[in-house]
Design a binder for this molecule. Structure first.
Ligand SMILES: N[C@@H](CCC(=O)N[C@@H](CS)C(=O)NCC(=O)O)C(=O)O
Length: 221
């Protein structure tokens, strides 16, 4: 069977999602790792895979694909293993809704502002942009509340089984409570129980940002 190749920087939330999908499906893959801060994702070799110069990009034989949602859905559809998309149209719509919330609202506030400044930059000794973090607090709170509302009393976002929604959201949220701002907005949140459930999954434990970067796991703030 032709192996999936994921190009990207180890520890990147968007790169983690297709790795989680492969792990959950039992699909073997190779992470073609790029080093952080080298600009490798803007080099011509990568721009040939991804004209927008972002990560991840996938290769499966001669089939090349970029955009995380497309990659995740392709791996889910193309391989045997547990279905990661609910059959029920309403549950599938909830999954789609969470995938879009992550892309449009979680990414700029929680991932790019809070996560990058509070988690990634300290690892590389870079100064945090506290103004960017401050500006992200309210949009991030809206994300947390919206995701809490969708989760409701369910075990996972789209029902009682893990779906692409959970694998996408955990990639962007699992470091949030380790930041002071995130710990404050997550205090008492039902998302903490969901994160604990997700953390017990071998796929999630194997692909944490710190593990992918060969760093010790941080304690909660
Ligand atoms: N819409 C893209 C977004 C991917 C994305 O923004 N990835 C980040 C890494 S987590 C990236 O490539 N950042 C580098 C940059 O913006 O130059 C997707 O879903 O794959």
């Amino acid at each position: 069977m032709t192996e999936i190749i994921i190009h990207g920087i180890p520890g990147s939330p968007y790169v983690r999602t297709p790795l989680l999908v492969c792990e959950e499906k039992g699909v073997s893959y190779t992470l073609a790792a790029m080093a952080f801060g080298t600009g490798a994702h803007k080099a011509p070799e990568h721009l040939a895979r991804h004209p927008f110069g972002r990560i991840p990009a996938m290769e499966h034989g001669d089939f090349r694909l970029y955009e995380t949602q497309a990659i995740a859905r392709y791996i889910d559809r193309a391989f045997d293993g547990p279905a990661l998309t609910p059959a029920d149209p309403k549950a599938a719509a909830r999954m789609d809704q969470v995938l879009n919330i992550v892309d449009w609202y979680v990414m700029p506030s929680i991932t790019s502002a809070i996560g990058f400044n509070r988690v990634i930059k300290p690892i590389f000794g870079m100064p945090a942009d506290d103004d960017a973090v401050a500006a992200a607090i309210e949009p991030a709170r809206t994300c947390v509340k919206a995701l809490e509302d969708i989760l409701g009393g369910k075990a996972y976002f789209a029902g009682d089984r893990v779906s692409l929604a959970d694998l996408s959201a955990v990639s962007h949220l699992d470091f949030l409570a380790t930041t002071p701002e995130g710990a404050d907005m997550m205090a008492g949140s039902p998302l903490l129980g969901w994160l604990e459930r997700m953390a017990e999954r071998p796929s999630v434990a194997k692909t944490t940002m710190h593990r992918m970067m060969n760093l010790p796991e941080p304690a909660a703030a």
